[in-house]
Design a protein around this ligand. Sequence first.
Ligand SMILES: [Zn+2]
Ligand SMILES: [Zn+2]
Length: 289
Amino acid sequence: MARDPARAFAGRTLCIATMHGKERVVAPLLEARLGVRCVVPPPGFDSDRFGTFSGDVPRLGTALDAARAKADAGMTASGTDLAVASEGSFVPHPDAPFLQLGAELVLLVDRREHLEIVGEDLTTETNHARRRCRDLDEIRAFGQRTGFPDHGLVLVLGDPPQRVHRGLRDLPALTAAVTDLQRAAANRDVPMFVSSDMRAHHNPTRMRAIERAAAALATRAATPCPGCALPGFGQVEVVRGLPCALCGAPTSWPRAFLHGCARCPTRRELPRPDGRRDVDPGSCPACNP
Ligand SMILES: [Zn+2]
Ligand SMILES: [Zn+2]
């Protein structure tokens, strides 16, 4: 491999293993920063078989497992030895359960060099939501909160899903889908659910998060390991314990960031980029339990 990590991928063909239009934001970024030529898999590539947000195809394993499986399938389908795939997860915020946390993972797999590089974005800026609904009025109220019609909606009958309508982006489509599900339920007591469509091409908020994760990936892919000079050096861990400004006790705030290599054991601890040395006693478990 070339010793200049910025050129490690230059001139190579990279498959963006997606079918939801993510290449629109990911391809220009990777082409400009890594010098790759991006392609998408041939028609018929079905990334939904690795799991869907609406739950009709469950995801097996972790987000990383799912992204790796997509990247592998993309390389095989397009005949490349370099691919990028992404996977999103949406969970209640661990510190504030009423907030949703969106995690985007963008993975680059280099089959030729046996290298994997990850870029991530964590954000509370997400419209991820799901609720039980009975009629069009409730669904429209939900849509007002989740950015419809710029953001799509999904309607599901039954749990587990018996019938699913995705990508609903206008009122006529929404009305037709509700009518269809009500007819399919045929007065049986089958619950109906509405959720935000999290697929990138129906969710501009998520598309922006994928773009940020891809930018983090590009930065990392262009950063050499100080130990072995392979590309892919970047953050692997948050070191918590920023001391309280009053009593000096460690808090849960990040004190430093541990950067590591994608392949060798080299690790470096980097201070906070904002230069902060302590935190307000309001966040201290000793001063403000
Ligand atoms: Zn304190
Ligand atoms: Zn290394």
